[in-house]
Structure formats: structure tokens, C-alpha cells
Ligand binder design. Structure first.
Ligand SMILES: Cc1cc2nc3c(=O)[nH]c(=O)nc-3n(C[C@H](O)[C@H](O)[C@H](O)COP(=O)(O)OP(=O)(O)OC[C@H]3O[C@@H](n4cnc5c(N)ncnc54)[C@H](O)[C@@H]3O)c2cc1C
Length: 329
């Protein structure tokens, strides 16, 4: 499916150049020589760190360090090119604890199971979702931030809800287990420890999947001297940054999100870039209201449904999620 989609895009004139780190390997002045506009869509890859004693022990890794290695292993098995990342993290035969119950945590669970982990426990700090699948922070029509079911746990492993890791226990410099407690509450700001609920769990490998902070600032963003918003994302309220001809969209603009959101971001950004290229040559500011005006009247549009429901005020905050939304992914 992906190959087919790439072919379609190539037929439309899109040129893909792989293995190029823009801002580090490819100099910006070389880009500008060939192009009139630049869209920064580099995702949100800086992982949130777990700030508990023992976080620096051997055997404790950010989830993506593990998942990048697994993806490359799969690529090699299928005869596709894959970068050599040196010593890859393996879960085979190990007792694995995954901290964080978002999609990234789930991918860790399934990969560890497929590798033949001895035991996989996923600890989710949030309570089990109600039958509706929504918690109080995301009333309809806001997209739910969490899902009650997952493909990963169907393959094996076990999830515990409302479980917060407070320490990673070590032996001779290596991880030996996690220490935690039960908590109540639905957001990181209102979590309360349940007295007398502390627990220990043995582990040889701890994978930390508690979300992402923002895009990498070193490299491209610094080279372009782009403004950042309060969360460290590229500041581009209506896709255009303050720098002429430079735009941003996707997770780099709104923080770690969903594939569907990133696709919608890309489409809206493309319209803005298109106007820029076909207009006076100067990026003109477009208000959020004007951006979504094309959806007015369409009874199937998210905007229309949201306004009909009367539960949210449509604006930038609506499209990027509530300001205080948890971004565990
Ligand atoms: C482990 C994991 C699991 C997920 N699971 C789900 C899921 O099940 N469902 C869902 O809807 N969403 C999921 N998401 C979220 C989803 O993948 C993202 O929201 C979405 O991919 C964001 O799209 P994007 O185009 O903005 O950024 P990305 O998809 O992150 O793409 C950014 C691209 O830019 C490249 N790049 C970065 N810097 C540079 C540079 N300097 N030069 C050149 N290239 C660069 C990166 O290599 C990457 O290919 C998951 C995310 C993760 C990390």
C-alpha cells in the first residue's frame, strides 16, 4: 500500500530523496537554490524523560531507541536497506516493563512479544477508560486521546491501569525492577497517590514511552532560526512561520498527534503554500477562520459537527487539541 502511494506521488511530480538530514547533511542554501518555499514537517521526536531515581541505569531506554532498531531489523529480514545502528536493544528472553500506555508503548509491547520476551508488563498511569471509550477531558467531538483496546495486548503482555512508576531499581548498575504506586486522577496535574498501594515488579529491560516534548531543535529548526511556541513546537499559527517562504505542519507544528491529523495538517498547509506560490510572491497572513471557511455548510465536516454540538469553540485550539491536553503517545 505504501509503495503504491509513493508511486502515485512520484507520478504527480514529487521527488523523494532519502537519507538526507536537512540542516545537517544538506545545507539550506543548496535547498534555496532549487526551491521557492520550504515546509518543515519533521515530526516531534524528542522523547519526554522519566524523572525518577534510577532513570539512568543500564537497561532503561527511550521507547524509540528500541523501536528504530526493531524497524531496521524487520527491514533487513525483508531484504530492504536499513541503517546499521550498532548494538540494538533486544527484549528476547527478558522481563520487560513498558512505561506509558499510548501507541508508542503498545508498539513496544508487540515488538517485545514478537522477539520472545519472557514477560511484558505495560504500566499506564491513567485509569481504565469507561465503556464509552472517552474520558472527561475529551467530550465528543474532540478526538479521544486514548483508546480502550489495542492490537498489541492481543499478541500477549499485560496492562495495569493507574500505575505510576516512582523509582527504577538497580543492581550493579543495571535495571532490576520498577517500584511504583497506584494513582487516581485523569491528568498529570491531578494525579493523587493511593495510600498503601506501592508495588514492585522485576524487570531486565524498561522501555519509557511517556510522550514526546517537541521537534528536535538542533539542526534544521536552529539553522532556520524559527520561532517556537510555548511547548517548543514550530510557531506557525496558520502554517506560515514568521520567516517568508517557510511553513510548518504536522507534529512539528502541533506536537505529537495522530496520522489522520498529520494528513489534514499537510493538506491545509499545502493550500497555504499554493496561495503563496501563486500570489504576489509574499506570504500573506490567513486567519484561522478564513482557512476553514471552505468547510462551511458541509454537514459532514468536523467544523460543522462541532458547532452544531456547541461543545467547543472552533479555532486554533480546536484543531490542535485543548491547551492542557496530555500528549502521551
Ligand atoms: C511509535 C509511534 C506509534 C504511533 N502510533 C500511531 C497510531 O497507531 N495511530 C496514529 O494515528 N498515530 C500514531 N502515531 C503518531 C503518528 O505517527 C504521528 O502523529 C504522525 O506520523 C505525524 O506525522 P508528521 O508527518 O507530522 O511527522 P512524522 O511522521 O514524524 O514524519 C517526520 C519525518 O521527517 C523526517 N525528518 C526529521 N528531521 C529531518 C531532517 N532534519 N531532515 C530530513 N528529514 C527529517 C523524519 O525522519 C520523518 O520521516 C505514532 C507515533 C509513534 C512515534
Amino acid at each position: 500500500m505504501i509503495d503504491r502511494r509513493i508511486e502515485l506521488l512520484e507520478d504527480e511530480g514529487v521527488v523523494f530523496e532519502c537519507n538526507v538530514d536537512v540542516g545537517r547533511q544538506l545545507r539550506l542554501k543548496d535547498l534555496w537554490r532549487r526551491h521557492d518555499a520550504l515546509v518543515v514537517a519533521i515530526g516531534s521526536r524528542v522523547p519526554r524523560q522519566i524523572e525518577v531515581p534510577g532513570a539512568g541505569l543500564a537497561g532503561v531506554h527511550p521507547a524509540m531507541d528500541y523501536l528504530y532498531g526493531r524497524n531496521r531489523w524487520v527491514a533487513r529480514q525483508e531484504g530492504r536497506p536499513a541503517r546499521d545502528t550498532g548494538a540494538e536493544i533486544s527484549a528476547a528472553g527478558k522481563r520487560v516493563v513498558v512505561v506509558g500506555g499510548g501507541d508508542t508503548g503498545m508498539d513496544c509491547v508487540s515488538n517485545a512479544i514478537r522477539e520472545g520476551a519472557a514477560d511484558v508488563l505495560l504500566l499506564d498511569v491513567y485509569p481504565e477508560l469507561p465503556a464509552s471509550g472517552r474520558d472527561a477531558n475529551t467530550p465528543w467531538p474532540l478526538p479521544p486521546k486514548r483508546t480502550p483496546s489495542t492490537y498489541a495486548l492481543e499478541e500477549g503482555g499485560h496492562r495495569e491501569w493507574a500505575a505510576q512508576v516512582t523509582e527504577i531499581i538497580g543492581r550493579d548498575g543495571r535495571v532490576a525492577g520498577v517500584h511504583g504506586r497506584r494513582v487516581e486522577g485523569t491528568s498529570s496535574r491531578d494525579l493523587r497517590a493511593v495510600p498503601g498501594s506501592e508495588f514492585d515488579h522485576e524487570a531486565d529491560l524498561v522501555l519509557v514511552a511517556i510522550g514526546f516534548n517537541h521537534p528536535e531543535h538542533e539542526g534544521l529548526i536552529e539553522a532556520l532560526a524559527l520561532d517556537l511556541d510555548g511547548r517548543g513546537n514550530v510557531k506557525a499559527p496558520v502554517y506560515a512561520t514568521r520567516t517568508e517562504a517557510i511553513f510548518a505542519c504536522g507534529d512539528a507544528r502541533i506536537g505529537q498527534s495522530l496520522v489522520v491529523t498529520a494528513i489534514a495538517e499537510g493538506r491545509r498547509c499545502a493550500r497555504v503554500v499554493d496561495r503563496f506560490l501563486g500570489g504576489t510572491g509574499v506570504a500573506r497572513p490567513v486567519s484561522a477562520e478564513a482557512m476553514f471557511a471552505f468547510e462551511d455548510g458541509d454537514p459532514h465536516s468536523l467544523r460543522h459537527q462541532a458547532e452544531t454540538a456547541g461543545t467547543v469553540t472552533v479555532g486554533d485550539a480546536f484543531w490542535s487539541g485543548p491547551r492542557d491536553a496530555e500528549t502521551e503517545r
